[in-house]
Design a protein around this ligand. Structure first.
Ligand SMILES: [Fe+2]
Length: 436
């Protein structure tokens, strides 16, 4: 279960979810719900009622000021579209299945490409660029579904799946910053290729089930420069792509590699890719570490901002991922367990979820999608809301498997829904059926 933490009344902030106060029997309309953003009056009210501290869900504590600040101003000035945050559109099942299909195609292509690189062959950069252009199109068409799908991981093919996820997350962040379509394509390509140099690292080091020793780590670190050289040899001429691959392990405080660059020297694309890279890595299960829950990963990323990452970019990243990102296992106030499919930025406690158990926590034969922000028309109150984030391992639940099983089981239904709405069928699916 998500932990509880004690905060003084003065520390109460918007979004925090209070479980109880130090005053027994105190009636409070926001128990279990996010506090409103302006808490000043609420704090005075609580103090006047002799409340001194509250127990709140740790997961509900939002980073201080996740909105644009002066530090981000430069980015907004350069990319005016970054300031416009459009409200998320409600998700549709066909969108998820379409995106999953594109994601699978991208993983297959990346696997082939990287294996060819390991064998010393020159990769087909044209095919990779075409794949990235499909990813960019999908990001523009269905941004929320696009980012959700990065929760799909593949334990046995980590490097390949990770490359696709980094590309997807980097495109999403760059889109949020208002980058041009050309830049989105270049950053997506750099994201897909960021670890291509690892194909020049011995597999005994790459797949070592444990921490690397000093000399091994030195060899691993060479993947940045190897990647740069490899892409140059493959006739990639854009310096922005080459530098993004070379510098994706540089850190703002100069402690990164290969060149120990400081914040101002690190290329913009590399800064974006490093955030996407670390987020996907820490949320993935590896031989030597269990993956973090998305909400925990967001907090970890935030704690490293400024030292490792550009803090403004981390804030933008949090703004697209939400405090309870897609793939988070949550408990609803009804007692049911559910997986967040679509975060709700306006009301983080009421996203669109996949309900997987009944109120008695017995697994459902047929999980179903439910929009927590829908209201009961009779009572004008929401049906249910999220109470807290849970660790899937505590409940023996494999989130990725549950999502994949649900999407595959409903692919046909999704196609029908798409056809009924007149939306275009996924071109990749269309290509496949034409071949069949
Ligand atoms: Fe890397």
């Amino acid at each position: 279960m998500a932990g509880l933490t004690k905060v003084s009344v003065d520390e109460l902030r918007g979004g925090m979810s209070v479980v109880r106060f130090d005053c027994a029997g105190f009636m409070f309309e926001y128990y279990g719900k996010p506090l409103p953003s302006d808490c000043a009056k609420l704090r005075s009210f609580l103090k006047s009622n002799k409340v001194t501290y509250a127990l709140v869900y740790e997961d509900s504590i939002l980073p201080e000021d996740a909105s644009p600040t002066a530090a981000i101003k430069d980015y907004i000035d350069q990319h005016p579209a970054a300031a416009e945050e459009k409200p998320p559109t409600p998700p549709k099942l066909p969108e998820l299945t379409q995106v999953m299909s594109v994601h699978t195609e991208a993983k297959l292509m990346t696997t082939t490409m990287m294996n060819e690189a390991r064998m010393g062959k020159m990769i087909d950069t044209k095919a990779a660029r075409e794949m990235v252009s499909t990813l960019v199109e999908q990001c523009i068409k269905t941004p929320e579904a696009f980012i959700s799908i990065t929760r799909l991981k593949d334990f046995d093919n980590y490097t390949f799946m990770h490359s696709v996820n980094v590309s997807v997350l980097a495109i999403s962040l760059a889109k949020r910053l208002g980058f041009s379509a050309k830049d989105l394509n270049n950053i997506g390509f750099a994201g897909l290729m960021h670890d291509i140099g690892k194909m020049g690292v011995p597999e005994s080091i790459l797949n070592k089930p444990g921490k690397l020793d000093g000399p091994e780590f030195e060899i691993m670190k060479q993947h940045t420069v190897k990647g740069y050289n490899y892409l140059k040899a493959a006739n990639i001429t854009e310096e922005s792509i080459l530098q993004a691959v070379r510098c994706h392990h540089e850190k703002s405080d100069g402690s990164g590699y290969p060149d120990g660059l400081m914040e101002a020297q690190i290329p913009k694309f590399a800064k974006i890719i490093s955030i996407a890279d670390v987020y996907d890595a820490i949320t993935s299960e590896r031989v030597y570490s269990k993956g973090m829950m998305p909400a925990e990963a967001i907090r970890t990323l935030f704690s490293w901002s400024g030292r490792h990452f550009n803090d403004a970019l981390v804030k933008f990243f949090i703004s697209i991922m939400g405090i309870y990102p897609a793939g988070t296992l949550v408990m609803l106030d009804s007692g049911e367990l559910a997986i967040i499919m679509w975060p709700n930025k306006k009301d983080p406690m009421r996203p669109k979820v996949l309900v997987i158990t009944g109120p008695d926590m017995a697994h459902l034969d047929e999980p179903f999608i439910f929009n927590l922000s829908s209201y009961n028309a009779r009572t004008s109150t929401p049906y249910k809301s999220v109470v807290s984030a849970l660790n899937p391992q505590d409940f023996n639940i494999n989130v990725n498997e549950v999502i994949a099983k649900y999407l595959i089981g409903n692919e046909e239904e999704a196609e029908e829904e798409a056809a009924a709405e007149g939306s275009e069928k996924n071109p990749l699916l269309r290509q496949r059926s034409a071949k069949e």
